[in-house]
Design a protein around this ligand. Structure first.
Ligand SMILES: NC(=O)c1ccc[n+]([C@@H]2O[C@H](COP(=O)([O-])OP(=O)(O)OC[C@H]3O[C@@H](n4cnc5c(N)ncnc54)[C@H](O)[C@@H]3O)[C@@H](O)[C@H]2O)c1
Ligand SMILES: N[C@@H](CCO)C(=O)O
Ligand code: NA
Length: 430
């Protein structure tokens, strides 16, 4: 019989539990596919006695995850703990230093240390695989890195956080409030240990930094990502978006521009019928635009035990079959630092919602400030009357420069008739 591939799993939570389940339930199928058994030999997690609903008998247990990297019966370390530093980083570094391949779902780690870890792996002829880290079960890394390898990629954009998309979808379809839906996403195993990473856009930014490196062959540069989250999105904005023919999505966009690589994560309005607009719930969607293939759309579940573990196990099968590709598509020592194009250089359309005092002349003041900054209004909505009280006023603009829009916004927000901070949402007409 062919030699088994021996796996050590660190972290037995949502993802680790899912990996154990797939490797057990689909063992025959996986062995047939790769010509050798893929077996778990050792595990590590925080509390040994916890009931996980999985039988751990026959597996060596380590309280110290780094010890997995020294176990002679471990060929591949699966890092499913999380966090950009601390235990996870130490484990991955120790595993690579000890000649073990690594499979991880940890986007925070790769966003911060991806280039260095890729160098560490490739210099030793080892694999560092991370399909699960970006867009969960969707094979977006393989799709981009291998499937679109013939192309110069112009742009990659998409929904990269399942928790946020779930929240935005539930708020629109059920009218439930933000906190309530977030608690649901946590219960379903979608959210990060600190859900602030999800709703403040940081998790999507981690994934975008990785995706950008694969798309453009550049070093992973998380600090260059402009990040905004969805805390300020209200059901009022969701209703107005509906009325204007848009959906609100937390979008991640990586684009090659004349000034450098643009990387941004923020809420967007996108047309209802676009692939992104049609992607609801925990589903993620990634659109890649290559110079020969044109646009490719990948859609699937972006979080949760099954989909994420599916991606982890696919990476294990690559290792079992000896399939190797440079971590980010080009050899790590040839990943270049590309200049970053700042958000200020965006040009596009905008949605603006103001809460204003309902009295004559207020809109004229707002319109005058927009005119002063050369921002052209496209549509304007005001409904209902409440003399002397706050009423919402919504407008959309024609194409305009971000810098001009921000200058106009600062002055509009300072008007004493504007009672709350203005809400600006970028419109992307994909
Ligand atoms: N949940 C998802 O849908 C999902 C999707 C894609 C990627 N990820 C990533 O997968 C990783 C794990 O996420 P999760 O949702 O399974 O988290 P989780 O909180 O459910 O599980 C984490 C596991 O790590 C263990 N752990 C914590 N500290 C440890 C230590 N010092 N030593 C050993 N084990 C330790 C915990 O005991 C637990 O078993 C994270 O990097 C996360 O970002 C999660
Ligand atoms: N918390 C992440 C998990 C998948 O990476 C999400 O909601 O998308
Ligand atoms: Na993936």
């Amino acid at each position: 019989m062919a030699k088994p591939l021996k796996i050590g799993i660190a972290g037995l939570g949502t993802v680790g539990g899912g990996v154990l389940q797939i490797l057990r339930r689909n063992a025959d199928l996986l062995e047939t596919r790769c010509g050798r058994p893929v077996v778990v030999t050792a595990v590590s997690a925080r509390s040994r006695g916890k009931d996980r609903g999985a039988d751990l008998s026959g597996l060596r247990w380590y309280d110290d995850a780094a010890a997995l990297a020294h176990d002679p019966e471990v060929d591949v370390v699966c890092e499913l703990i999380g966090g950009s530093d601390g235990v996870a980083k130490a484990l991955v570094e120790t595993a690579l230093a000890n000649g073990r391949h690594v499979v991880t779902a940890n986007k925070a780690l790769l966003a911060r240390h991806g280039t260095a870890l890729a160098l560490a792996a490739e210099s030793r002829g080892l694999t560092l695989a991370y399909e699960a880290a970006v867009a969960g079960g969707i094979p977006v890394i393989k799709g981009l890195r291998e499937g679109l390898a013939a192309n110069r990629v112009r742009e990659v954009h998409g929904i990269l956080n399942g928790t946020c998309n779930y929240i935005l979808t539930e708020m629109r379809t059920t009218g439930r409030d933000f906190a309530d839906v977030l608690a649901d996403a946590q219960r379903l195993g979608y959210a990060e240990a600190d859900p602030g990473f999800d709703i403040d856009g940081v998790d999507a930014a981690h994934k975008l930094a990785i995706l950008t490196a694969v798309a453009f062959g550049c070093q992973v540069d998380f600090d260059a990502v402009h990040v905004e989250g969805i805390r300020h999105i209200s059901s009022l904005d969701i209703q107005y978006a509906d009325e204007l023919g848009y959906r609100i999505r937390l979008l991640a966009i990586g684009r090659r521009t004349e000034r450098g690589i643009e990387q941004r994560v923020h809420p967007c309005m996108v047309p209802v019928g676009s692939p992104i607009g049609a992607t609801d719930g925990v589903f993620n969607a990634v659109v890649a635009d290559g110079d020969f293939v044109d646009k490719v759309v990948l859609v699937g579940r972006g979080a949760g035990a099954g989909p994420t573990a599916s991606a982890v196990v696919a990476d294990l099968l690559d290792i079992a079959q000896g399939r190797r590709t440079p971590t980010f598509g080009v050899p790590a020592e040839r990943l270049v630092p590309l200049p970053a194009s700042p958000i200020d250089s965006r040009r596009g359309r905008y949605y603006l919602r103001l809460m204003v005092v309902d009295r004559p002349g207020v809109i004229a003041d707002v319109a005058a400030l927009l005119r002063d900054h050369n921002v052209s209004m496209e549509a304007f909505l005001q409904r209902g009357r409440a003399p002397g009280e706050a009423v919402p006023v919504v407008l959309t603009t024609h194409e305009t420069d971000e810098a001009a829009m921000q200058r106009a916004l600062a002055q509009i927000g300072a008007l004493d008739t504007v009672l709350e901070p203005p809400r600006l949402i970028r419109i992307e007409d994909f």
